[in-house]
Design a protein around this ligand. Structure first.
Ligand SMILES: [Zn+2]
Length: 266
């Protein structure tokens, strides 16, 4: 089947803009991953205005991506961690533009301050544009767990998501982007359909469903930079610069994470 290359974007928290008085970010979030709502809206408008098709993974897999003149590439949108902003801020923008997205939820955090409640997960999944995926239960790095612990994280979140949404097919996004052959094997055996990583790149083949590359959209990425990256005709050309910039930011962020106490998500 002929599928165009897909650039899979990875968002985290969307931050209110302007920030309401007294607004406290989730204690689980790292501000470098928080994209301002106004930037997010402009980024989505940029995709729409330039005619970059935004498709669901299902449509891409089924070969239902728009063909020429857009056969050069499409975008797939994902959100990690399960912030309340998925429902309150991102979803209304996506819905108004008809853009599909998958929200990967760490099910153990549902209902905590700043995170999705079970009711909001149900509400998101009731919109045909949106799917809920798993980001584990506790956001522990799955590749660092024993087989037994990893299986419990994978199965526990899968069951919870199926219970809340009725979805049979559930996708997995690896917390912290930590993957490995053991995780892949367990994800397949537990029944996941695909595994999203944080390795930068473009999805070319349905053979890569358990190593789907994604690009993080970070707070500091300006809209102009975003527009260049998400231009399908220059996916590969622009990729290097974006990857370097993303890696540098993530490296800086991880250094900062090591310095401070707490356990921000990534
Ligand atoms: Zn995460």
């Amino acid at each position: 089947m002929d599928r165009p290359p897909a650039l899979v974007l990875m968002y985290h928290q969307i931050v209110p803009d302007p920030m309401p008085r007294g607004w406290v970010p989730s204690r689980l979030a790292d501000s470098r991953y928080g994209v301002r709502l106004s930037d997010f809206r402009r980024q989505m408008e940029s995709l729409r205005n330039r005619g970059v098709p935004v498709v669901s993974l299902e449509d891409w897999l089924a070969g239902r991506s728009p063909s020429s003149p857009f056969s050069t590439g499409v975008c797939i949108l994902t959100f990690d961690d399960g912030y309340e902003s998925d429902h309150d801020l991102a979803a209304p923008v996506l819905d108004s533009m008809g853009f599909p997205a998958t929200f990967f939820v760490s099910t153990g955090f549902l209902g905590m301050p700043g995170m999705l409640t079970p009711e909001k997960v149900v509400s998101l999944s009731g919109n045909p544009l949106f799917r809920i995926g798993s980001h584990g239960v506790s956001h522990r790095f799955l590749s660092q767990l024993s087989d037994r612990e990893c299986r419990m994280e994978l199965a526990g979140s899968l069951v919870r998501i199926r219970e809340l949404t009725g979805q049979t097919e559930v996708d997995l996004s690896a917390p912290g982007g930590r993957t490995g052959p053991d995780l892949l094997r367990l994800a397949v055996s537990v029944g996941y359909r695909c595994l999203m990583t944080s390795e930068p790149g473009v999805l070319h083949s349905a053979d890569d469903l358990f190593s789907i590359p994604r690009l993080p959209v970070l707070r500091h990425h300006a809209v102009a930079q975003f527009a260049r990256l998400s231009d399908p005709s220059t996916f590969s050309f622009r990729m290097n610069r974006w990857i370097r910039s993303g890696r540098k930011s993530v490296r800086k962020m991880m250094d900062r994470v090591r310095e401070i106490s707490g356990r921000p998500l990534a």
